[in-house]
Design a protein around this ligand. Sequence first.
Ligand SMILES: Nc1nc2c(ncn2[C@@H]2O[C@H](COP(=O)(O)OP(=O)(O)OP(=O)(O)O)[C@@H](O)[C@H]2O)c(=O)[nH]1
Length: 689
Amino acid sequence: MGSNIDIRTFEQIKASGDLPSPKGAALAIIRLTRKDDLSLAELARVIKTDPAFVGRLIKAANGAAFGSRRNVASVQDALVVLGLSSVRNMALGFSLLSSYRNGGCRGFDYDGFWSGALIMAITMQAVAQRIRTAPADEMFCLGLLSRIGELALATIYPGPYGEVLMLLKTAEASDLAACERAAFAMDHRELTAAMLADWGLPSLFVDTAALFEVPDTAQFPPDSRQRQVLDALCLADALRITCLSDPSLRAEQGAMLYPVGERLGMDVESVNALCDGVVAAWLEWGRVLQLETQDIPAMSSLTRAAVAASPVSSELKAAVTKGADAGDTPGVVNSAMRVLIVDDDAAVRTLLRGMLERAGHSVFDADCGRQGMELALEVQPHMMLVDAEMPDMSGLALTRALRQTRIGRSIYILILTASGEDESLIEAFDSGVDDFVAKPVRPRMLAARLRAGHRVIHLQQEVERDREEIRRFAAELAVKNRRLQEAALTDPLTGFPNRRYAIERMQQAWASSGRSGRPLCAMVIDIDAFKQINDSHGHDVGDQVLRQISAAIKQAVRGQDMVARTGGDEFLVLCPETDLSAALLCAERVRRAVRVARVNAGGLALDLSISVGVAERDADMPDPDALIKRADQGAYRAKAGGRNRVATIQLGAAGANGAPGAAADEHEISSAQVRAKPAVNPIVIDESA
Ligand SMILES: Nc1nc2c(ncn2[C@@H]2O[C@H](COP(=O)(O)OP(=O)(O)OP(=O)(O)O)[C@@H](O)[C@H]2O)c(=O)[nH]1
């Protein structure tokens, strides 16, 4: 099962380099997690090079949406909680999300794609917390990547894929996968599966991702893990469609959630509560990831009318309608309860059922203790009426067995007993029953006992809700703290790391290069004549210029280089594992990128330039400050030489470029010289770009 694309075709597509793939820090994280001798401290260090990923990782570890028990606030804790494979897959997912936010395929809604992927991710996480088929965080990643084949096709074939999407809009065709196969001899489902397999995700995920859009073709056994993950994906996809659809169609789409929820053992209330939780978390994640989201009304109010027409079981329908009549909040008992009767006497069952149904409760019944046990775990009643004497399993034995289970612990159990003896009642209470009703049952007495039970159940649920609130609040607080920490390390204008963060990173890189003996370079970049921009066109234009230039710099450096805004118009680039000649080449690339970029600000097209100083760590430098100072002196030198140039004050720049024995004490490097790798020391310079 899984991908049907033949390996050669996939390898060819992969070799073209067009497939979406992780970049920068994520790539380093993924590579590192493959190492046998990986240490968590090393991994944490790499993760910290990407502050945005740090925030997302911690948020995921906190499972913030569902008030999980975790309260994680550091990368190290997140690593311990999530484990390597989750972290690896998250690095993959979030890196793709950051790198493929837009692209060349007209008609492909990149933002909508990721927004939908996010709904699926959060739903998968929430379902996993209920059914525990696979770790919740891994399910989050599966949700995020479960339709990645669509993005891949839009990326590999931007023009033709745009045409396929147009065709679907014109209603000449309605089956996306069929159109894809006609145009590309493969569809997004196959490609998704091939990519997930290529990234090393488990076959459970690969196979289910290939089939969840066509679940009827899946041949997974009924209670298998595959079936559960497939159903979870179906639910996640149904919620994605519901949330992203036109508001006028939302109720109808939402009704499709319940049959899938039912397959996962969820009643209407549970589906509604889960979806509302997912929507709340989606809004929260959307803010973190700057993705478009929308406020969706509570699922219960949205779908009540539509569910009546949906293919759910009559019990589910009854539950929805009852909820509507009683003004139910999901998960909270008002007057109506789910009540399970367990009695071997059919006449008693009929009598009790009639009384309970007239009082508006949903009633289930079982004729023996074992069936009662199964049904209790399945329907999770609020209350049970259990006969004390039954042949296969007594009411007390059933109560004791139920109290051993998580579900059974919270059910309010009323024992029906013909014996009013103190001893037998004491034994019943010791077995875990909450109250008793004397047989033969007198309707008024039963009604009074039900009211008392209802009060207890209601209070229990209030406590549970408060506890849930507190958990949610704690998780939100942890995320907010994290965000504050992030804000303290980020420059608000450009979104780049600030000086404080740059210094921390520089110290780490310094220590790492000290241990490994690998080279380390720094660049100090200063925008030329920036003051004039402010003076001539105003501060707002100056700010726009800063943003555009910082983007051009980031674009021109490698993924593993860190760019920080360290002052007004000053940037620091840290280039790990890079020697001076490579750093000079890189600096020249940056200088040219800024020079050729037409900066549009305040309705003006501005030609701007930068001066760049480059330095490499050498044996004489006592600390990272010395390296920055040397790069700074290079920048000063570049300014003094006339601006719009790259300079270094270090010896052997030409030697570093491949000319052994060359020596000079100050160099300014032109693009021509860097390209030509001169055999003698370069001095000055043609500055035209
Ligand atoms: N718009 C804007 N301007 C800023 C910001 N921070 C600092 N500046 C301004 O940036 C300018 C920096 O100018 P300098 O680096 O001293 O000089 P310059 O004009 O760039 O000249 P050279 O560096 O010698 O080429 C100052 O006018 C600061 O007021 C900011 O956040 N936004």
